[in-house]
Design a binder for this molecule. Structure first.
Ligand SMILES: [Zn+2]
Length: 201
């Protein structure tokens, strides 16, 4: 166990420890790195962290992270406006964008329905989604909630609300992750992969 530091360095390490994925040792390494880094670089980092809370807000259309009224994706005219991919959180948008496989628009719910945690449908951006789905230009809604019990429940709830609207509703294919082996996949993953099997690619 590393020796506990006091003063500003100790305070910084303590704050960094709260970040996801940073244990005590990595927090200390980051703090010591910053101590040695050029002033300019450290101030820039502090400035960007400060701006996170003041200049980043929610897109008024899709609730993704945005700097102005609209996020970069909603602003982009080259995106396919006939498809809306519904996700739980902005980090899911980042994940799907990172795949490069999707060129449509998004709708960020802000989480999933979880009655035990007091999160009912009214706490999520669902009404606005239904409003967007009524636009006749929208042809398909992809319900890309996480494949968890709550995610599936949320998808089911939304699909029942979308039913009266003439729009195609899809869910991403699920099953074995590419690169995964059957031996190390969970029972649920294997079951989904077998039941949802398709023709050879
Ligand atoms: Zn947007």
């Amino acid at each position: 166990m590393a020796e506990k530091k006091s003063g500003p360095l100790g305070d910084l390490i303590e704050e960094l420890c709260r970040l996801p994925g940073l244990g005590a040792r990595s927090a200390e390494r980051v703090a010591l790195h910053l101590l040695d880094a050029p002033n300019e670089q450290v101030l820039k980092l502090a400035e960007n962290i400060g701006k996170l809370k003041t200049s980043i807000r929610q897109c008024s259309v899709c609730f993704n992270l945005a700097q102005g009224d609209l996020c970069l994706i909603c602003q982009d005219d080259s995106r396919d406006r006939s498809v809306i991919c519904v996700v739980e959180l902005p980090k899911d948008v980042m994940g799907i964008e990172g795949s490069g496989a999707y060129k449509g628009l998004y709708h960020v719910l802000g989480g999933h329905i979880a009655p035990l945690e007091g999160i009912g449908p009214d706490k999520l951006n669902i009404d606005s989604l239904i409003g967007r789905a009524r636009d006749t230009k929208v042809k398909e809604i992809i319900l890309a909630m996480n494949p968890t019990i709550e995610g599936d429940g949320t998808a089911l709830h939304i699909s029942s609300l979308l039913e009266p609207i003439k729009v195609k509703i899809t869910r991403p294919a699920r099953g074995l992750a590419s690169g995964a082996t059957i031996e190390f996949s969970s029972k649920d993953t294997i079951a989904e992969a077998i039941t949802g099997r398709g023709p050879l690619p």
